[in-house]
Design a protein around this ligand. Structure first.
Ligand code: ATP
Ligand code: MG
Length: 268
């Protein structure tokens, strides 16, 4: 897996709600790269443009200007028929695992589909791979979990199924858009640890999107801070958290409970 994501000078605006309104500039001149295997967090408050960027990276939307490349693929120019190939390389996890899973399909079915569609496995060949995926995300005994329907799982277990499904096509990049924000607080740390561990063990690249700086610390090595659609700060996660340069990052940090907030001069 040696694929680099390059986001170069990407901008995206949406029309205002009424015709006379100014367009909403969701992303403005955003540039960054994710090296193969690198875990990067994208942090910013609600409305800062995080999901817009995620949708452009996963080819659900196109930028107005700028370019997005994944290896030698120009993501912003993908044609319809190229989408499936790209999606087996770049997978996305959303906030709400309940909405992401079909309530009528068992866990085994949900995990078998991408193996058939993307990897062209037979149903029989997919079976041991499904078991392996369930084991990887900590849903054991696997036979028991494979037979369940989404409503028979807890929120955290459901999100683990979604993560397993995202990993099924063996993607090179995982884009996770606030994957734990709808989970009970007590379950969040476990899912974050799982993401961090999977990233280490599979060598996948990760773009972890959040407004929670503490989660970003668990999962990422590098941090990008987005504010009103622009990147206002970036650097190694630990350094940015210890010694933020931008006022907005400092405000995000100050909003955290004290042991985590950067004390004056900390890390210098
Ligand atoms: N399809 C759309 N049509 C019109 N405006 C949109 C659309 N999608 C996003 N926006 C606007 O673009 C801006 C950025 O939205 P985006 O969803 O990317 O933010 P976000 O950082 O993901 O926020 P949150 O943390 O709440 O998920 C917001 O002002 C939003 O209202
Ligand atoms: Mg969002």
């Amino acid at each position: 897996m040696t694929t680099r994501l390059v986001v170069a000078a990407v901008s995206k605006a949406y029309p205002g709600r009424r015709r006379r309104d100014q367009p909403v500039q969701a992303c403005q001149d955003v540039s960054f790269t994710i090296e193969p295997g690198e875990p990067v967090a994208l942090v910013g408050q609600s409305g800062s443009g995080k999901s817009t960027l995620a949708r452009m990276i996963t080819a659900m939307e196109r930028p107005d200007s700028g370019s997005i490349s994944f290896g030698d693929v120009r993501v912003d120019r993908l044609r319809r028929r190229q989408l499936r190939g790209y999606r087996s390389q770049v997978q996305m996890i959303f906030q709400d695992p309940y909405a992401a899973l079909n309530p009528l399909h068992t866990v085994r079915y949900a995990l078998t589909r991408p193996l058939i569609n993307h990897l062209h496995l037979s149903e029989r060949a997919a079976r041991p791979r499904v078991d392996e995926l369930l084991d990887t995300v900590g849903l054991t005994p696997v036979e028991q979990f494979a037979a369940k329907l989404p409503h028979q799982l807890s929120g955290g277990q459901r999100q683990r199924v979604v993560i397993a499904r995202a990993l099924a096509p063996r993607p090179a990049l995982l884009v996770a858009d606030e994957p734990v924000s709808m989970l009970d607080v007590s379950l969040r740390a476990g899912v974050l640890e799982l993401l961090a561990e999977l990233r280490r063990s599979t060598g996948i690249s990760l773009l972890y999107i959040t407004h929670d700086l503490l989660g970003a610390r668990v999962v990422s090595d590098r941090l990008l801070v987005l504010h009103h659609g622009r990147i206002v700060e970036h650097g190694p996660t630990i350094e940015v958290l210890r010694n933020p340069q931008d006022d907005y990052t400092r405000a995000l940090l100050d909003a955290l409970p004290t042991p985590f907030a950067a004390a004056p001069g900390a890390g210098r």
